[in-house]
Design a protein around this ligand. Structure first.
Ligand code: GH3
Ligand code: MG
Ligand code: MG
Length: 458
């Protein structure tokens, strides 16, 4: 895995030893001796991860970590703290200062590299969501800020009933979380409380915790959860494996409740941030592709989609049809009944189109009162029948609205065209669209409430 790591340590030999380890693991490695130099390098080189020795006798490295985490520019730079004694107090102080991981003396290289891999994976995921979010925002869809107030729900998965009491003790003081218990693989159950679990805490005592981790990530309804693995003290082999399987946190079962709380909190913050980013991107995509009035696809989406339909039809030598529907004298409806009633008519027509066409057909609103339907694997004759059905259904339908003085009767005209299946090259959708549009014009000029076919296959 590639990544740029900055090592901050005032002792030259420490820097050199660490650099050798990181470079041999194929990381681009920078070094700094002071917080000031480190900050300059962070500004200039934008490392993905900072490995900081917290036992610097001259500088307040804890304070430096705090300042970095409070700065939006460096908020996502992972921090791994080293150089502290292996006491719960020292570990807590490092995590509290903003470190994402603490590696007390003596450092296990295997564990350190596994943790770095995990943190870099998380950073890449965050950056990807940020880019997508920026795209959504550039398209004009602002980030929606939804404060989350509910306490986080955790699912604890002890290996067996005896271990359940160990985990219960561990979590006894963490009353800020709501907790449920599932023994071993029962953690995969899809009961409501489980699906709403933000964090799974898997006990690696006598069970294959890694299999459970990958099983959870493979389930669509659970895969956005965070996972903490509780390994028996001293089993760094399990810890390394669990990290490489994607566990967000691995702790040993002698962890203090303070440290446990801060680590669980970190996972929850991370998950909530990703959920928010995901939601934002999805609603941005929705807004970019759907017409807000009718819920149908919009012109922009239809244009991209049609390319795919045309290519597939050409590859399989199949015909596909484009149908354009336009409401007749729609302006008069607005003029007589008002714009709001006009909107209701548009919605009802959209609904009618959705009912009539198959799920593999694309139905889009491409203009004020114009709709486009793309029908893959469809002949001219089949498309004509479908268009006739729409025309007839709408002309029969009466549109009653509460405050309208009378019912509204409307009609639509349609133009239909199909591609040339025997053609030597692909029919561009724009060409077919022009043919269908010309047919629609014909339907309009020959009296409206009509379906017209394009004379020649495009
Ligand atoms: P034709 O039979 O030739 O198609 O006549 P028409 O009146 O349907 O066509 P024209 O293009 O003259 O008018 C379309 C009208 O659609 C004008 C515009 O105000 C209205 N319109 C466009 N978008 C909306 C919308 O979102 N809501 C409502 N209520 N009206 C819309
Ligand atoms: Mg029109
Ligand atoms: Mg019209």
């Amino acid at each position: 895995m590639t990544g740029k790591i900055l090592v901050l340590d005032s002792v030259a030999t420490n820097r050199i030893v660490m650099k050798v380890k990181l470079v041999s693991a194929r990381y681009e490695t920078l070094t700094a001796a002071t917080c000031k130099d480190a900050l300059q390098l962070m500004e200039r080189e934008k490392p993905d991860l900072l490995l900081i020795n917290l036992s610097d006798p001259v500088e307040d490295s804890h304070q430096f970590c705090k300042r970095l985490k409070a700065n939006p520019k460096f908020r996502d730079t992972a921090i791994v703290a080293i150089g502290i004694a292996d006491t719960s107090r020292a570990r807590f102080a490092a995590l509290d200062a903003g470190a994402d991981e603490v590696l007390p003396h003596p450092i296990s290289d295997a564990f350190m590299l596994a943790r770095i891999r995990g943190l870099l994976r998380r950073r890449i995921a965050n950056l990807e969501w940020d880019i997508r979010n920026e795209t959504s925002q550039a398209l004009g869809f602002e980030e929606e800020v939804v404060p989350i107030l509910a306490p986080a729900h955790l699912c604890l998965a002890p290996a067996n009933a005896n271990r359940a009491s160990v985990l219960k003790n561990l979590f006894a003081n963490l009353t800020q979380f709501s907790v449920s218990f599932r023994i071993g693989a029962e953690a995969l159950s899809t009961s409501a409380d489980n699906v709403s679990s933000e964090v799974f805490v898997i006990d690696a005592w006598n069970i294959d915790a890694c299999a459970l981790v990958s099983d959870i990530y493979s389930r669509p309804n659970l895969r956005n959860s965070q996972i903490m693995v509780v390994a028996p003290k001293g089993r760094s082999d399990i810890a390394v494996q669990a990290l490489d399987f994607g566990a967000g946190e691995v702790v040993y079962d002698d962890i203090s409740s303070n440290e446990l709380a801060i680590r669980i909190d970190g996972l929850i913050q991370h998950k909530r941030r990703q959920d928010k980013q995901r939601k934002c991107v999805l609603s941005g995509l929705e807004a970019a592709t759907l017409d807000p009035l009718t819920g149908l696809y919009n012109r922009r989406y239809a244009k991209t989609y049609l390319k795919g339909v045309a290519e597939q039809a050409f590859e399989k030598r199949e015909s596909y049809a484009l149908l354009i529907f336009d409401i007749d004298h729609f302006k008069q409806i607005n003029d007589r009944f008002g714009h709001a009633h006009g909107d209701l008519v548009l919605k009802k027509v959209a609904n009618c189109l959705e009912q009539i066409f198959r799920s593999l057909d694309l139905v889009a609103r491409i203009g004020g009162e114009e709709f486009l339907v793309a029908m893959p694997e469809t002949s001219l004759c089949q498309a004509e029948l479908a268009a006739e059905r729409v025309r007839e259904t709408i002309s029969r339908e009466s549109f009653d609205f509460d405050r309208a003085e009378s019912t509204i009767n409307i009609t639509v005209s349609a133009g239909v065209a199909v591609n040339d299946v025997l053609g030597k090259c692909l029919t561009p959708p724009e060409v077919l669209f022009s043919k269908a549009d010309a047919a629609l014009y014909e339907a309009k000029s020959s009296g409206r409430d009509k379906v017209a076919l394009s004379a020649h296959a495009a």
